[in-house]
Ligand binder design. Structure first.
Ligand code: CDP
Ligand code: CDP
Length: 240
């Protein structure tokens, strides 16, 4: 499985390309939006690990594989090629076995199934292996649920981004309305609650604050303010 996304070319220092910045947090806490902007600002690679789990979920559903099938699903992950290509507008296009699935993997159906698939050991192993490869030279902003705990436990910068449940529901609901979906806040709330619960209670790599992570609650912060807070943390690691 392959996935790679570069916002813009970084300068090339002799050893590592730059810091490893790990951002974890619950759904709709602002990880993707902020991580993209931080990566752009620093000229780092941006890695949205959630899209990898989403793309695989899409393929499993399409192939009518039982989403609890712990044998078939890891095999499916090994047979799958996921490619992430960044655009100049900061958006990332996602290709699954050569087919573009960017908007297909952001549907309520994928939201409903992705967390269950993400509990499977063999799937996580395949994804983590690929993510480690992508980030091995540093100069990366990676976001997800287990980045600071499992994927890059030695990351120089670890952020746990969060916001109140009410605000996260409002954000995701607004996103769905903007996409033209007839969205109900109650359904969005139940979906987020269920996903957060599965993600933080699973046995393997549960969502939790990594040791040494800085918690940023952005309930009352807008996107530029959130990015500034992350960059403040990064600055402390860049200056000796
Ligand atoms: O964008 P949103 O926060 O709603 O979700 P996402 O980052 O696209 O991740 C979708 C799902 O993939 C999560 O709810 C997790 O179940 C799973 N995931 C994971 O288990 N580990 C990661 N590193 C990233 C995502
Ligand atoms: O990646 P994650 O699911 O954590 O969240 P996101 O997709 O980056 O953000 C969810 C929504 O909240 C997006 O529409 C963002 O524009 C919005 N957002 C916001 O309004 N204020 C923030 N401080 C952060 C995100």
């Amino acid at each position: 499985m392959k996935s790679l996304s570069r916002i813009s070319k970084p300068s090339s220092p002799p050893c590592k390309r730059g810091l490893t910045i790990a951002i974890d947090g619950p759904a709709a806490s602002g990880k993707s939006t902020s991580a993209k902007l931080v990566a752009k600002k620093l000229g780092y690679l941006y890695l949205d690990t959630g899209t990898m789990y989403r793309a695989l979920t899409w393929k499993a559903l399409r192939n009518k594989v039982n989403i609890k099938d712990g044998k078939r699903l890891p095999q499916l992950a090994k047979e799958t090629k996921i490619t992430l290509k960044s655009q100049s507008n900061l958006e990332t296009k996602i290709y699954l076995d050569g087919k573009e699935v960017t908007s297909l993997i952001r549907s309520p159906l994928i939201d409903k199934n992705v967390s269950l698939i993400s509990t499977i050991k063999g799937i996580r192993e395949a994804m983590v292996e690929e993510q480690k490869k992508i980030g091995k030279e540093g100069g990366i902003v990676a976001e997800g649920r287990d980045i600071g705990t499992v994927v890059f436990p030695k990351a120089e910068v670890k952020i746990f981004l969060t916001a109140s449940f009410k605000e996260r529901v409002r954000r995701r609901w607004k996103e769905e309305i903007n996409k033209g979906l007839s969205s109900e806040k109650k359904r969005v709330a139940i979906g987020l609650l269920t996903r957060d619960r599965i993600d933080s209670q699973r046995k393997i790599a549960p969502l939790k604050k990594a040791r040494g992570a800085v918690v940023i609650d952005n309930t009352c912060l807008n996107i530029p303010q959130t990015v500034d807070r992350i960059l403040e943390v990064v600055k402390t690691k860049l200056t000796p």
